[in-house]
Design a protein around this ligand. Structure first.
Ligand code: NAD
Length: 528
């Protein structure tokens, strides 16, 4: 069945076209009332929104087919993430599309502040000609302090350097080398407050950044400093800033975002002549709206068609570079989880995932989420995906441990999954040869080499002659073709195992026949 996408908010035409060209069935129905949306949401696999449509818990209750929500833009305040997690719905945004647009607004704010553009416009329109009042400052040669040099901050740095500003920056997550590449001097936050003539904020709102500009930090700033906030409301203590502008310590400020939006007419900043603002229009340009629509359409199509997760806010994902390097390990992890589930004792209580060698450098959470998805898909009756798997594990009382080990003596990279419960344990391990050739290399105490695909038979037997021949003969007689076989015996030499990739699912009677063969201890049929 073709996947169906509902476009519920105005998405630029280029985005809708991409969804259609990808072969998806697309309905554009914007401006629906919540009840009308609830009545039809059950028919869709994906929904694309901007900020108008609210993806509530009650809507998600009725969204039986829904696998993904795509938000064209950055903020996801209109999506109940908690409810989406519970239902295993992936939520994606498209943060990259508006980077230049927001950076340009921040620069417009700096220029407008330093030359009083807004105030001079109002005065001139009021019939005045106040040349003296509006004498300003050049930005060239001044020091810009950028707090947060991620996507937007970096573009601001680039443009500010072109305007011949000196740039100092504070971002604890950026290396000195990356700062040097951008041409900025990394400084401490206090150093930035003290040195900057103009400060521009480009950080997310977190526990660390809430009210990062407050009475104490303002007191450290130069007299006459200009402040720009085109990032998030809540980064600035608005009353403290209003007091500092009123006293003349801060020379002016420009906001696109406020702690409470829409901003209250009583906000003390709005009463100040040296404060200018815009109504959260940072991303509102034609170019950015088209770019975010195209990006979200491409992401939705990639997820629906290939299961590829990009820019998901509720799934631990890898950066593009990490995906290039470690992408094949994601599907290996899901296979190892599924293999472990089929060998696991009943009543799984604990899952351990150990990453050894190069793969230990990968972000572990997406890999562990893939293990849990593979494992729990076999243990749960309902569907489980990367989003819901950690919550399902928690609800079942399964504890999950991750371990990273620097190197491995036999493999460049090795992922070992151990699943235990009721005093028993199953251990499986896998690796990737070359760039994408995944292999199972361990099942419990046996070292083997098998492709993690399709139908497998694991046969454990006494280490005695003739068993493999008997197994081959029986499968051959039943018309089950063996594609690959890997043999192993445990170190004691008491038990042996064979892991067979077979071209078709062996019927139950064949499995029973194998179990009845001399010396055979255990036979498991595995589907990966
Ligand atoms: P980003 O994630 O690319 O960059 C954020 C940077 O902040 C990162 O480099 C991170 O290391 C840094 N950072 C995190 N915590 C920090 C801290 N405590 N101190 C200093 N640096 C810290 O994000 P982005 O795309 O550049 O967006 C930046 C901000 O702009 C976000 O708050 C985003 O929500 C906002 N934004 C606003 C609009 C708008 O309409 N005005 C539109 C888009 C984005």
């Amino acid at each position: 069945m073709t996947d169906r996408v509902l476009v519920a908010d105005d998405l630029s035409a280029a985005g809708v076209e991409i969804l259609r060209l990808a072969g998806l069935e697309v309905d554009v129905r914007t401006g629906l009332a919540p009840e009308a949306l609830e009545a039809i949401i059950g028919d869709y696999d994906a929904i694309a929104v901007r900020s108008a449509t609210k993806i509530t818990a009650s809507l998600l209750e009725k969204a039986h087919r829904l696998r993904v929500v795509g938000r064209a833009g950055v903020g996801i305040d209109n999506v109940d993430l908690e409810a989406a997690n519970r239902r295993g719905v992936v939520v994606m945004n498209s943060p990259g599309g508006s980077t230049v647009t927001v950076a340009e607004l921040a620069l417009a704010m700096m220029l407008a502040l330093s030359r009083h553009v807004a105030q001079a416009t109002a005065s001139t329109k009021a019939g005045k000609w106040e040349k003296k009042r509006f004498q300003g400052h050049e930005l060239a040669g001044k020091t810009l302090g950028v707090v947060g040099i991620g996507n937007i901050g970096s573009v601001v740095v680039d443009r500010a350097r072109a305007m011949k500003m000196e740039v100092v920056a504070y971002d604890p997550f950026i290396s000195t080398e990356a700062a040097a590449r951008l041409g900025v001097e990394p400084v401490s936050l206090d150093g930035l407050w003290q040195r900057a003539d103009v400060i521009s904020l480009h950080v997310p709102l977190t526990e660390q950044t809430r009210n990062v500009v407050n009475a104490a930090s303002i007191a450290r700033m130069k007299k006459g400093v200009l402040l720009v906030n085109c990032a998030r409301g809540g980064l600035v203590d608005e009353q403290a800033l209003a007091d500092a502008i009123a006293s003349g310590h801060v020379g002016g400020a420009a906001f696109d975002v406020f702690e409470k939006e829409p901003v209250s007419p009583d906000n003390p900043l709005l009463k100040l002549d040296r404060f200018i603002c815009t109504p959260h229009i940072g991303a509102s340009t034609e170019e950015a709206q088209s770019a975010v629509a195209v990006a979200i359409a491409e992401q939705l199509a990639a997820y629906l068609i290939r299961g590829e997760v990009r820019n998901a806010v509720n799934v631990p994902t890898m950066s593009r570079e990490a995906l290039e390097r470690f992408g094949p390990y994601l599907s290996l992890c899901a296979k190892l989880g599924a293999l472990a589930a089929q060998l696991a004792p009943t009543g799984v209580r604990e899952v351990r995932v150990a990453f050894a060698g190069e793969v230990a450098e990968a972000p572990p959470r997406p890999l562990t989420a893939a293990v849990l998805k593979g494992l729990l898909s076999h243990l749960e009756s309902g569907p489980v995906n990367e989003v819901s798997a950690p919550g399902v594990a928690r609800d079942r009382g399964i504890t999950v441990h991750e371990e990273r080990v620097a190197g491995h003596q036999d493999f460049t990279s090795l992922i070992t999954v151990s699943v235990s419960g009721a005093g028993a344990e199953a251990v499986v391990a896998g690796t990737v040869f070359g760039r994408r050739d995944a292999r199972i290399v361990r099942v419990n105490q046996f070292r083997l080499e098998a492709m993690p695909d399709g139908n497998l038979i694991l046969c454990v037997n006494d280490d005695a002659p003739g068993v493999v021949g008997n197994v081959g003969t029986l499968l051959g007689a039943a018309g089950v073709n063996i594609a690959r076989i890997s043999l192993s015996r445990d170190e004691a030499g008491a038990a042996a195992a064979s892991l067979l990739n077979v071209d078709s699912e062996p019927p139950q009677a064949v499995l029973d026949g194998l179990r009845a063969l001399p010396h055979v201890r255990d036979v498991r049929c595995i589907r990966l």
